[in-house]
Each structure stands twice: as C-alpha cells, then as structure tokens.
Design a protein around this ligand. Sequence first.
Ligand code: ADP
Ligand code: MG
Length: 570
Amino acid sequence: SAQVPEHDLTDGFHLIIKALRLNGLDTIYGVPGIPITDFGRMAQAAGMRVISFRHEQNAGHAAAIAGYLTRKPGVCLTVSAPGFLNGLTALANATTNCFPMILISGSSEREVVDLQQGDYEEMDQLAIARPLCKAAFRILHAQDIGIGIARAIRAAVSGRPGGVYLDLPAKLFPQVMDAVEGEKSLVKVIDPAPAQIPAPDAVARAMETLKSAKKPLVIFGKGAAYAQADEAIRDFVETSGIPFLQMSMAKGLLPDTHPLSAGAARSTVLKESDVVLLVGARLNWLLSHGKGKSWGEPYSKRFIQIDIEPKEMDSNVEIVAPVVGDIGSCMEAFNAALAKGWTQPPADWLATVSAKKEDNIAKMALRLKKNSTPMDFHGALGALRTVIKERPDAILVNEGANTLDLARGVIDMYQPRRRLDVGTWGVMGIGMGFAIAAAIETGKPVLALEGDSAFGFCGMEIETICRYNLPVCIVIFNNNGIYRGTDVNPSGGSDVATTVFVKDARYDRMMEAFGGQGVYVTTPDELYKAVGAAMDSGRPTLVNAVIDPAAGTESGRIGNLNPQSTVRKN
Ligand code: ADP
Ligand code: MG
C-alpha cells in the first residue's frame, strides 16, 4: 500500500535480475523493446552484461553457444510475438544440438490473449514454444520468480541439455511484493547438472565388447566436448591406444594431429572397424545412421554407446553395450577398467589406419599449397589452416556449404571447444551470434569463417561486433552465390539464377561503415597476412576473400541429400 516505504518493496524486475545473478547467470543476449526495454536497462545497471543485438535469432544463437561453452544456460531476452518467434529458431536449434539455453520472452496480457481480444503483439507464446524445446514455463506472480527460474535452469542443464522457454507477461515486471519475502523466495539451484554414474554392469559389458575387438574405433561427438571431461578422455585414448574420430564440433578435444587421430582416414575406419565406441555422438544422418555402404555393410559392426540420454540407445541400429551416464563419470569408469588390464589393439589395424592417413594427408598437402588467383577453397583454406595452427587457442566459427565442409577437413583444431559450427541441423546464420558469444564468454580471439550466403543470414550483427569492439575477424569466402556464383537462369529470362548474388560484392565496405576494419584480398598470401594481423590486433575486422565463382560443388559434401527430378527437361 502507499504507506509502505519504498525500500521495503521489491518487484518483478528486481527479482528476476537477482534470481539470475544468484545462479551465476550474469550475461544476457537480446534485443530491447516492449515489454523488456527497462528490464535490460536495469539488468545492466545491476552489473549484468547485457549484449544488444540487431535481430533476436542471432541473440538466441549467441545464448545457445554460450551455454555450450560454459555449461550454464545461455540467456536470450526478446520482446513478445515477432521477437519471440525470431528467437524461437535458435531455441529449437539449441534443443536439437543439446545446448543449454533459456529463451526469456516478454508477453502480452494473459486475460486478453486467452480471449483472443487482440492485445498488442498477441500470441499464445507458451503453447507455441512448448513442442520446440525441452521445457516451457510461465511465471504469473512475483513470488514465483525464484522457483520459475530455478526450474528453467535445471531443465536446461540436467540430463541431456537443451533449450527452455520462460514466458514473462508484461504485468509481472512491475508487480510488487515485500522485499524481505522476495529475497526469501529466491532459489540457488544446488548441483544443477548432477553426475550420472553408469551402472557397473553396463561398463563391464562395454569393456568386454571393446576387448574382443580386432579393429576398434572411438567416435567423439560434441556431447563429449560439452562434458568438459577432457583429461579423462585423453587418458582413455592414450591408455587404450584405440584410433579415434572427432565429429565436427568435437575436433580439438584431442589435437587433430594426434598420432591416434583417424580423421584423415575417416572412410576407411568407418568401413573397416569392427567395434565402435560412440562417446557423446548420435548415430544420426551425420553418421549415416550407423548403417549402409559408408559403414562397410554387409560387413557388420558392434556399437557401444555412452550417452546421458537413455532413449538415444538403439535409435538407429542395435547398441550391443549401452552405457548411460555423464561422459566424465563414464570415462573415469572405463579408465578404471583399463587400469585392471588391457591389451593394445592389433598392430595390423593401427598400421592400416596410419598408412591410409599418411597417404591422404600427403594428397591434401598438394592441394593446400595452390596459390592461384582467383583462389579456390583449398588454396584459401591452406592459409587459414596456418593461422589457426599458429594460434591454437583461438576459436573458429564456421558456416556455409563448401566453406563449412572443406574447412572442417582442412583446418586442424588443437584444443577442446574451439570449433563452433552449424551443428546437427546444418543451420545457416549461426556465425555472428556464435562469434559474439565466443568472444564475450572466453575473451579469446575469434575467427568466423563464412560463406557469402551464410553471412547473409546474420551479417547485420557486424554492427554489434563493432559496437562492443569484440576481437572477431570475419572472413567471407565470396564466390558470388550459394554453392557457386555461376548459375544461369534456366528460362533465359532477365532475372538472375536463384542461387547467385550481386557479383563482387564488397562486404569489406559494410564493416567500414561501422568503424571496423575492412580488407579485400585475392590471394592466399594476402589472406594469411590480413587474418593474422586482425587476430593479433583484436580489432573487429572483415576480410572479403575473393573465391573463384566456379569453385565449389552443389550443397558442398551433402549434394546427395538433394532430391532429383527424373522427368525434368531444361
Ligand atoms: P555430434 O553432432 O558431434 O555427433 P550429437 O549432438 O549428435 O554430437 O550428440 C551429442 C550427444 O551427447 C547427445 O546424444 C547428448 O545426449 C549427449 N550428451 C550431451 N552432454 C552429455 C554429457 N554430459 N554426458 C553424456 N552425454 C552427453
Ligand atoms: Mg558462396
């Protein structure tokens, strides 16, 4: 009531900020607007890092990758309906990739929305978000803020991590309550992602299977990188002596140059291995569902799988030894078993892998040395490969078609969680959001390698990069189009082909518009120098790297996924 002195009251604004901070969530990625503009201001005033983007999808991708890098849910803040929907793509993508994040959206008044009376930005956001994330909650009363945020945090990081939606109606923010009661209502989440110890039987079964292998292989996925069990993983590989593959974002968990890395012999080991241990990697499309020609069928394999999600087992093929638990605990249990007795894999298997590897590495070296103008992908990637080799601590963000697929194979990674890319969906537009969050969360220099098409999905955020003066160097592989820049309109009409852009666009000048450094390069040598200088200076830089428009292939490495018409005449 009016008689109560102001300092005895608190409100939704303050309680939300306090609840987040109490749980170590001190960064917000978002876009201001009704009804959360003042909330952002107050969060900043309270000492939170509030990073304002130009579009919610990019803020959402930033929050998602912040979650992946820190194991704390990344927080994205959006306005109602359209802003919420813009953030939703990132929330769904985070859930698909097992990244923990919380999308907090302001929303309109329940009473009006539920009667569909046409409120400002009316939308039943909770219902729309629910099927696209791991959990969805709404808080209606100030006294529930503590519990609501605790539930959101637990849902995001426990078990298989994922995206959580938190709906905060406009009316909640100014709702007042007694300050002391408010303080008491806050919850500090204890042990938000509890260890999940694997059953001893399951570990024993897995070790028996592994011991019986003549041609064992380990595959690490981004779940293994997320788990931050780096030492236990290294011990396991080096003690067992089993060759390993690292999925795209797991690259660098162990250096790609490690003697047991089978990365350069990927197709050989997939075909010829007899027992495969999957660690935080799903047998989805990225691994051809664990069957078919690429797995050497009709020759059969036995799979062991370590995953925190029990339902993942047998999702595509039979798993003969499922091990459900968190990767840190599982790897430690495996290491304890190894210590009790282990024989190294047969020498002829190791020799087969090594021979194939050396052969492929030698072939690739020739392509990377190419110094042609205009550059092809390999020539340009040869330069960037050296930039990363010289700065193994830097973070590489990567998206595009050919720019993605070829860079994955060419650029060796040396440290865990340094490669961030399009993930499970192959979604375009993660580049700038990931780069921004990587810089903010780690303070390390970031190289964002973008196809010209991929950059178009998020390019306006270069203003954000300049505004916060982040150590991000963007390289655009500019081949004038999607896949290639050479298509022609099959109708002969005056519109350009559906996959080509304005020729020789000067993306470097966009960067200059915001006070960043823009560089235009046409040779691998110039590229190497420009990127190296940018990475060392920490200045926001965009390098427009001119690539031969005829270089590249349709859909990069996944052209086989394009449906083909057998009756088309053109
Ligand atoms: P990739 O695309 O790199 O192959 P995926 O995203 O397909 O990786 O698989 C990651 C897997 O890791 C998911 O099945 C997820 O449940 C699992 N995972 C994530 N975090 C952990 C963890 N801490 N412990 C065990 N498994 C985890
Ligand atoms: Mg292109």
